[in-house]
Design a protein around this ligand. Structure first.
Ligand SMILES: [Ca+2]
Ligand SMILES: [Ca+2]
Length: 158
């Protein structure tokens, strides 16, 4: 009798790319975020960014305002923001952990601006992962119908 070898497919341990996908603002086309934290065990994995790249980590976005660039959502400063420059449609904010690096995130948080303009906060968001920067997997169902207070941080467990 042939021996049955139970080959279990290894689950992907993580993703090289993550992005916060924002289907819409609370209202209107402008989308604005003060801070994003991508965490494992409650520890933010993003370095404090002062440009698009820090070490192996690169951040990018679907669009950005000339002075409210995407890296300002990861500069550990709640007083600076990433803004999509009012480009209509869905927006995303993405991190590339770098070649050979994958992360299995356990939670993330998004913080509202403290200006305060509530309509420009995300009205719907979800976290996605990818290993080829092309095909994206939803890591959760979208959080929809959101409303915010000034500087509020929403934290989601994956
Ligand atoms: Ca940029
Ligand atoms: Ca910031």
């Amino acid at each position: 009798m042939p021996r049955v070898i139970n080959v279990r497919k290894r689950r992907t341990s993580g993703y090289r790319y993550h992005r916060v996908y924002i289907a819409s603002a609370v209202s209107g086309n402008e989308i604005n975020v003060a801070e994003i934290k991508l965490m494992i065990g409650g520890v933010d994995q993003l370095p404090t960014m002062s440009s698009e790249t820090s070490g192996s980590v690169t951040v990018s976005a679907s669009s950005e305002h000339a002075t409210d660039q995407e890296w300002k959502a990861a500069d550990d400063n709640a007083g600076t923001n990433w803004d999509n420059n009012s480009v209509a449609g869905a927006a995303w904010w993405k991190v590339d952990w770098g070649a050979g690096n994958t992360k299995q995130l356990t939670s993330y948080s998004v913080q509202a601006n403290n200006i305060f303009l509530g309509n420009i906060c995300p009205g719907s968001l979800k976290l996605q992962g990818s290993n080829d920067n092309s095909i994206w997997t939803d890591l959760e169902s979208a959080h929809t119908g959101l409303s915010w207070t000034s500087g509020e941080t929403k934290t989601y467990t994956l």
